[in-house]
Design a binder for this molecule. Sequence first.
Ligand code: UDP
Ligand code: MG
Length: 151
Amino acid sequence: MERTLVLIKPDGVQRGLIGEIIKRLENRGLKLVAAKFVHVHRAFAEEHYAIHKGKPFFEGLIEYITSSPLMAMVWEGPQAVAAVRQTMGATKPTEAAPGTIRHDFALEMGRNLTHASDSIENAKTEIDLWFKPEEIFPWDRASEEWISGSN
Ligand code: UDP
Ligand code: MG
């Protein structure tokens, strides 16, 4: 079972979209195993987005992500990394497919509401960065066999 890191970035929080975004991930069949509401500092944000250091949008991205609290979560499920990226939609909202969060609620790449890990490897690194092991709560879901199961 895969796990992936999801952030509802400050614009998602400010716009009252926490519930909507969580609802869509729950509806998809993904399972929430960790969550916290945090206002991250610059050094932490720079570590999270280290891969983008030096790019023209980096400074603005750090300003954006540290401007206000955000919701950090770990979601679990079969192919969770790909499933969540698909539910989020393309980075650029005008290229995101209809029905995705970024299409349905955003217009610009600089305010695209969410972060989701882009590979299984990066998901592990990001989850370790954002969550201590004791902040992650695996739980048994009664409906599990109706959501995941290969035939
Ligand atoms: N971003 C931006 N301008 C750009 C490219 C990216 O503001 O030209 C921001 C945007 O918020 C994006 C984040 O930087 O979500 C990280 O970029 P990445 O390419 O990793 O996109 P993501 O993985 O979030 O789809
Ligand atoms: Mg990314």
